[in-house]
Design a protein around this ligand. Structure first.
Ligand SMILES: Nc1ncnc2c1ncn2[C@@H]1O[C@H](COP(=O)(O)OP(=O)(O)OP(=O)(O)O)[C@@H](O)[C@H]1O
Length: 240
């Protein structure tokens, strides 16, 4: 699962339309950032891709299949999801957290153990952390566990929502670099929501700029940088 098509998607809360007629095509294994002001509809758009939110109008297709017609649990097993507050299961060890989807998929013990060790290497965590609980880890370590858990079942799509927003600047840069390395090693289609224009341009081959529920510009990082289409995109670039 990896090619995403969003067609004329809309979502309202009460009388407020927060995503307005959004259509997008995202290629297999492409890295795409989504940036915009607070409340511009970024999270809502992201959650309509893993069916945590259902659109009022329009459709989302993954590899040509309308996600409305898919079992939401099966859909989400194929989509890694990382959010700022991490949401690790507090009563499970790090090992149980990472292996969660693999157990759901009823993979055998030996292949789960093998994958856990592989993932620790990928996200650069020590094996001794496996038996700890989430509140015994630093913010940066928890974020790495969140990434390992999202990648465990080789998802075709990974959605990240302000995933590095809660860590210090140095850890943030390290995680950004590592994410690019991980993506090169085990490719997936990445949608990365951020408030930070530098992060958006660094991580995204293409960047979606949203304002008030509308896509202002969806373009290569280079074109966003060199040919901003609207005053809002220009304003974002001025923060660099
Ligand atoms: N469950 C909800 N009920 C009512 N309004 C909601 C709900 N979820 C989001 N909204 C509203 O929808 C709008 C878009 O929210 P969304 O979280 O998608 O924005 P965002 O761009 O991700 O914002 P931020 O960058 O601040 O996280 C906001 O005005 C928000 O208050």
């Amino acid at each position: 699962m990896s090619e995403i098509k969003v067609e004329h998607v809309e979502k309202s809360y009460g009388t407020q339309k927060v995503v307005k007629d959004v259509s997008l095509s995202i290629h297999t294994h492409e890295r795409v950032s989504i940036i915009g002001g607070s409340g511009s509809g970024k999270t809502t758009l992201l959650k309509m891709i893993n069916a945590l939110i259902l659109p009022d109008h329009g459709s989302v297709y993954i590899d040509g299949r309308n996600i409305k017609e898919m079992n939401p649990n099966i859909l989400r097993q194929g989509i890694g999801y990382v959010i700022q507050s991490i949401a690790l299961f507090p009563h499970m060890t790090i090992e149980e957290n990472i292996a969660y989807v693999l157990h759901l998929k009823k993979e055998d013990h030996q292949s789960i153990q093998k994958r856990i060790l592989e993932l620790l290497k990928i996200v650069d965590l020590k094996e001794e952390l496996l038996r700890r609980y989430p509140d015994e880890l630093s913010g940066g370590q928890k974020q790495r566990v969140g990434i390992a858990r999202a990648l465990a079942a080789h998802p075709g799509v990974v959605l990240m929502d302000e995933a590095f927003g809660a860590v210090d600047e140095i850890t943030r840069h390290t995680l950004q670099e590592e994410l690019l390395k991980i993506h090169a090693r085990e490719p997936f289609t990445l949608l990365f929501v951020t408030h930070d224009i530098k992060e958006a341009l660094y991580l995204g081959e293409r960047v979606i700029v949203m304002k008030d529920g509308v896509v202002e510009q969806f373009d290569t990082a280079q074109n966003i940088r060199n040919h901003p289409k609207t005053a809002f995109v220009k304003q974002l670039l001025s923060y660099m």
